[in-house]
Design a protein around this ligand. Structure first.
Ligand SMILES: [Zn+2]
Length: 340
C-alpha cells in the first residue's frame, strides 16, 4: 500500500459514525484491520452527518443535490440517497421507498422546477418503489434498470424478497444507454454483483458516477446469492476502476472521493476476505456457520444472515474457479467445503 493510500485511509478514519453504522460495520471490523480499508464516509466536503438526515436537501456540486429518505437501518445507514441532477429541468435518481414524507421532501426540493426523468439503479425495496408515485406526481417517465427476475426455489433465496417486484420502467436502459437532459447526460453502466440488474449512471459533465449500492463509502456492499454474484461484483468493480469518474455518489452515505482508487481498494478488500475464507477451509472449517463464527467475531445478530450469504457468494465464486470443492457439487448454504 502506498503512502498516498495510507493518507487517504487515515483521512477516512477521522469521520464521525452513528450507532446504526456501528452495528452495520461490526462485521467488517476484522476486515478493515486486515485490509486497512474503512467503511465510513470519506468526503471532506460532506463530513457533517446532519446533512445525511432525512429530508435534508444538500447541494453536492453545480449539477447534483441530494435528499435522504427516512429509512435508516443496519443495511441503509442514514437512509437511501435520492439525487436531483440538473437545474430547472431535472432528473431524480433513486426515489427510494414508497414513502409519503420522502416524496413530499423531493417535490418540495424541486417545486420551482420540472422533473423530466426518474431513474432507478436497481430494484431493491429501498431504491425503486417510490418511482411510480413520483412519476404520477410529476408526469416524468421512469428510466432505468430492468425489472427483477426472481430466482425460484433457491435454498439461499430469502434475501431475494428484498426486491420490488412491482417495478416497471417506462424506458429500460441497457449498458451504454444515454439519457440526454437539460445540460447533463446520464449514461447507464451495467454493474451486476450486488443485484443482477444494477446500473450505475455516469454524469459526464462532472466526471461523476451515481454508484447505487454497487460502491458505497460507509460500508462494504452486500453480495447475497442468488441474485447477488461475487464474480460479477468483482468484474463490475474492475470495470469502474478502469473508467474516468473521480467521484461516486452512492445509494447510502456520503460521496466517495478518489473514486478509482477507492474501487481498487474495495477489490483488494474482497480478495483478502476470500483468502481468509480459504484459510479457514484449509484449517478444517467445513461449513458456512462455522466460517462465519470464526471470521466475523462479535457480529451483530441482525447481520449473521447477510454475513452467511456473503460467505456463500465467495464460496460460489471460489468453487467456480476450482479453489474449493463442495459436497453438493454446487456451492450451497448447507454444503460442506474442502480445499482442492
Ligand atoms: Zn441494494
Amino acid at each position: 500500500m502506498s503512502a498516498a493510500d495510507e493518507l487517504e485511509i487515515r483521512r477516512t478514519l477521522s469521520g464521525p459514525m452513528c450507532a446504526s453504522a456501528r452495528a452495520a460495520i461490526a462485521c467488517m471490523t476484522l476486515w478493515r484491520r486486515r485490509a486497512s480499508l474503512c467503511a465510513m464516509p470519506n468526503d471532506p466536503l460532506d463530513h457533517d452527518r446532519t446533512k445525511l438526515e432525512p429530508g435534508a436537501v444538500t447541494r453536492l456540486s453545480p449539477l447534483v443535490r441530494r435528499v435522504v429518505a427516512s429509512n435508516p437501518g443496519p443495511f441503509t445507514f442514514t437512509g437511501t440517497c435520492a439525487y436531483i441532477v440538473g437545474e430547472g429541468d431535472v432528473a431524480i435518481i433513486d426515489p427510494g421507498p414508497d414513502d409519503e414524507a420522502h416524496r413530499a421532501a423531493l417535490l418540495d426540493a424541486v417545486k420551482a422546477e420540472r422533473v423530466t426523468h426518474i431513474l432507478v439503479t436497481h430494484t431493491h425495496k429501498d431504491h425503486s418503489p417510490g418511482a411510480r408515485a413520483l412519476s404520477r406526481a410529476t408526469g416524468a417517465p421512469i428510466w432505468g434498470c430492468a425489472a427483477h427476475v426472481p430466482v425460484e426455489d433457491h435454498p439461499s433465496g430469502r434475501l431475494d424478497a428484498s426486491h420490488d417486484t412491482d417495478y416497471a420502467p417506462d424506458v429500460e436502459m441497457a449498458d451504454g444507454s444515454a439519457l440526454q437532459g437539460a445540460g447533463f447526460t446520464l449514461t447507464a453502466v451495467h454493474t451486476p454483483g450486488h443485484a443482477s440488474n444494477h446500473l450505475c449512471f455516469a454524469l459526464a459533465q462532472e466526471r461523476a458516477l451515481f454508484s447505487g449500492d454497487h460502491v458505497m463509502a460507509w460500508s462494504t456492499t452486500v453480495v447475497a446469492p442468488p441474485d447477488g454474484d461475487m464474480a460479477a461484483y468483482m468484474a463490475s468493480l474492475e470495470r469502474l476502476a478502469a473508467r474516468e469518474e473521480e467521484i461516486y455518489y452512492p445509494g447510502h452515505g456520503a460521496p466517495a472521493l478518489s473514486a478509482r482508487r477507492y474501487a481498487r481498494g474495495l477489490a483488494t478488500h474482497r480478495r483478502q476476505r476470500e483468502n481468509a475464507i480459504l484459510a479457514r477451509i484449509r484449517d478444517g472449517d467445513a461449513d458456512i456457520a462455522t466460517i462465519v463464527a470464526r471470521i466475523y467475531v462479535g457480529l451483530d445478530s441482525r447481520l449473521v444472515r447477510a454475513a452467511s450469504l456473503s460467505v456463500l457468494a465467495h464460496l460460489q465464486d471460489m468453487t467456480g474457479r476450482g479453489l474449493v470443492r463442495s459436497s453438493d457439487g454446487a456451492a450451497t448454504m448447507d454444503a460442506r467445503y474442502s480445499a482442492t
